[in-house]
Ligand binder design. Structure first.
Ligand code: 3PY
Length: 252
């Protein structure tokens, strides 16, 4: 059975003390609310990872927001998968639309980052999604299929099983706009069908597909009740412990 995941994406927010205090609150508040086959993940800036990982629990894991594709070397300012893994983090967000747009990350580069993550035992939360123009032109299914094919489909079936997907329509990120539950479900069903064709029914059914993009306590319930939506990648609402808790509780 696939896992339900609520993952926070703190982006470039919170200084060291603020991060520590928010994470401690989250761990305490959600401990009795993470039920069944559910996991909570907090993806923090790199400066927090080591301290948060020490406070993490079986129910609340820690992840990074990016890694470099190389194992190590002269890449000033970068951080490797093995470094992230060495502090006790278990996930890494890859392919977030902000990294694709502001840092020029291409599908080909992301495929290398996915390999680096998996080689060091990090689970990628791999983001895909269309821009406003691509939605309006009706080409969004093709865009999403290409992102899957080029970023992930070089993986063997075995390797693919460590991947979590996040559908994040770019037009719903940082805009306050959210895909309607029906729009999101349509794309999630398309993603799952594309996985069936590539990896077969069983792997497709076991893959966790999150929705991201202005997901908050007032829309999470309806979004997560869709058949193919298995949780969320949460931006702004993950910075407020009460809001984040409300979203986690949707699975109760
Ligand atoms: C958002 O909710 O805006 C996000 O980008 C989550 O990753």
């Amino acid at each position: 059975m696939r896992k339900n995941i609520v993952a926070g994406n703190w982006k470039m927010n919170l200084d060291y003390e603020q991060g520590l205090s928010l994470f401690s609150e989250i761990v305490n508040m959600v401990k009795d609310e993470v039920v069944g086959n559910q996991e909570v993940v907090v993806c923090s800036p790199a400066i927090h990872l080591s301290s948060l990982a020490k406070l993490s629990t079986a129910k609340v894991a820690v992840g990074a927001q990016n890694i470099h594709q190389a194992a190590s070397g002269a890449y000033t300012g970068e951080i490797s998968a093995s470094q992230v893994k060495s502090v006790g983090a278990s996930y890494v967000i890859l392919g977030h639309s902000e990294r694709r747009a502001y840092f020029g990350e291409t599908d080909a580069l992301l495929a290398e980052k996915v390999d680096a993550a998996l080689a060091h035992g990090l689970k990628p939360i791999f983001c895909i999604g269309e821009t406003k123009e691509e939605r309006e032109s009706g080409e969004f299914f093709a865009v999403i299929k290409t992102q899957l094919e080029q970023g992930l489909f070089h993986l063997s079936a075995d390797a693919f099983q460590a991947v979590v997907l996040a559908y994040e329509p770019v037009w719903a990120i940082g805009t306050g706009l959210t895909a309607t539950p029906a729009q999101a479900q349509d794309v999630h069903a398309f993603i799952r069908q594309t996985l069936v064709e590539k990896y077969g029914q069983e792997i497709a059914e076991n893959t966790t597909i999150l929705y991201g993009g202005s997901c908050n306590p007032s829309n999470a319930n309806e979004l997560f009740s869709q058949t193919d939506i298995d949780g969320g990648l949460i931006g702004g609402a993950s910075l407020k412990s009460r809001d984040f808790l409300e979203i986690v509780k949707v699975f109760n």
